[in-house]
Design a protein around this ligand. Structure first.
Ligand SMILES: Nc1ncnc2c1ncn2[C@@H]1O[C@H](COP(=O)(O)OP(=O)(O)OP(=O)(O)O)[C@@H](O)[C@H]1O
Ligand SMILES: [Mg+2]
Length: 440
């Protein structure tokens, strides 16, 4: 996976309207990491990622950009909310857990790749296990004739299995009850405890017998097959390497841990504490995980926040310094809102059309109507709070309320959403500021 910045932006353009600067900055940061990997090791060590802060009011696409990136890229990626580390009861909760989450994501990624590569082997293993349960066993020292018969029925059963003819049959399988993949989110002390348990008891403390359908057995045996057939040590070390060199940690709501100079009356020590805990991780340090030590020096951090109350300058200076790139996302105007409804592959209107199509109702939005929705959303954003594209949800929901409710009466019909309907549903609400505060 090595998209050029242009390709990355083009991909993001399919889902997110505008916000060119943010898209470009992120695309370049990603490409730089790819460039770095081509260099010799001495040079690689020198080049640090340029961490990014995305600044923009609520609902303008910050999280959406991150979400899309994560989907597209085959890179280890985690998204955390900065505020969760300050939650009551979580004070002192270690911020390093985000790195462990990243490694876990990386392991799952590499494992999935390996499973895909070894698909044939794994499928064969699973098939064999299931067929052996379905056929009466071949006794030891069976005659050649018996063996030949067995092979024939084996082949026949495999055929049936592949055609899904025996999916409903129930078989008894043994499922190893390992400690599994716990621990992604546990503090290191707990992981140590867990590991020593594993040492004493063995990872496969016991296996339980379970009656399941053939269909479920396929899924249940997949984990076992991977454990047996994949080189898990290699998966682990590859995963660690990838987390270190191409991992991305997206820290959302970073403004929630900034301490605004204005609100000095109620300084929140836990917020600043979280910022201090973040420093070494962003700067580069060793974090121990149950899979090994991870160096965080080359992990890319992308932070995002609305910064409505606090400013980036309200973050402690050291942390500001570790996020040298700032990109601002613009608030959405009427035209952009219109495009958001119509352009993206998965646009809101397409979602509603798809939802209602399951009831046999064909929704058609007239262009006039879409323009009117954009205009009203814009108006509501101006008059009350600017909640960006999220406003579209509330407005469209209001327009379609009735239709959604009675869809079953309209099976087979085509329903036109026209300008008149939009105004009928919304004019009264928009005209009354108090009402729009509650409804839109
Ligand atoms: N520029 C845009 N193009 C397409 N869709 C957008 C855009 N901006 C926002 N949206 C849509 O609006 C919704 C909210 O966007 P998103 O979650 O990215 O907000 P945000 O900027 O992270 O806000 P917050 O600060 O509240 O977290 C999403 O469903 C997203 O698809
Ligand atoms: Mg967000």
């Amino acid at each position: 996976m090595a998209l050029t910045p242009k390709e990355t932006v083009a991909y993001l353009d399919e889902y997110i309207i505008g916000q060119k600067d943010a898209k470009k900055a992120i695309a370049v940061a990603l490409r730089n990491r790819h460039r770095r990997m081509q260099l010799d090791e001495a040079m690689q060590e020198e080049i640090m990622p340029k961490n990014i802060i995305m600044i923009g009011t609520t609902g303008v696409g910050k999280t959406e950009i991150a979400r899309r990136l994560a989907k597209m890229m085959n890179l280890p990626f985690v998204k955390v909310e900065a505020s969760k580390y300050t939650e009551v009861g979580f004070v002192g909760r270690d911020v390093e857990s985000m790195v462990r989450d990243l490694v876990l994501a990386s392991i799952n990624l590499v494992k999935a790749e390996q499973q895909e590569k070894n698909k044939m082997l794994i499928d064969e293993y699973i098939e064999k296990k299931i067929i052996e349960k379905l056929l009466p066993p071949l006794p030891n020292g069976a005659s050649e004739q018996k063996q030949a018969d067995y092979e024939k029925s084996y082949a026949r059963m495999r055929e049936k299995l592949r055609n899904g003819e025996v999916d409903h049959l129930v078989i008894e399988i043994e499922i190893a009850q390992g400690f599994g993949e716990l621990g992604g989110d546990m503090p290191p002390e707990m992981i140590k405890v867990q590991e020593s348990f594993i040492k004493i008891l063995g990872n496969k403390a016991e296996s339980v017998k379970k009656e399941v359908s053939v269909e479920d057995a396929r899924k249940a045996l997949r984990g076992e097959a991977s454990e047996k057939l994949l080189d898990m040590e290699a998966v682990k070390s590859e995963a660690l390497k990838r987390a270190e060199n191409s991992g991305i940690i997206f820290i959302d709501e970073i403004d929630k841990i900034a301490v605004s100079a204005k609100s000095q009356s109620r300084q929140d020590p836990s917020k600043e504490g979280v910022q201090r805990d973040l420093l070494p991780i962003v700067e580069g340090s060793d974090v121990s995980t149950k899979w090994g030590v991870v160096k965080t020096n080359h992990i890319l951090f992308i932070a995002a926040g609305a910064f409505a109350m606090a400013k980036p300058s309200d973050l402690i200076p050291e942390l500001q310094g570790r996020f040298p790139l700032r990109v601002e996302l613009s608030s959405l105007d009427e035209e952009t809102l219109y495009l958001i409804m119509t352009q993206p592959k998965n646009s809101l209107l397409k979602q509603y059309e798809a939802l209602l199509s399951t009831e046999g109702v064909t929704l058609v939005f007239e262009d006039d109507a879409i323009r009117a929705i954009a205009k009203i959303s814009q108006l509501a954003n101006d008059k009350t709070e600017d909640i960006g594209a999220r406003r579209l949800h509330t407005v469209i929901e209001r327009v379609l309320e009735e239709i959604s409710f009675c869809a079953d009466e309209h099976e087979g019909e085509t329903i036109m959403i026209d300008k008149a309907l939009v105004h009928e549903k919304l004019d009264e609400v928009v005209g009354d500021e108090d009402l729009s505060r509650y409804i839109l």
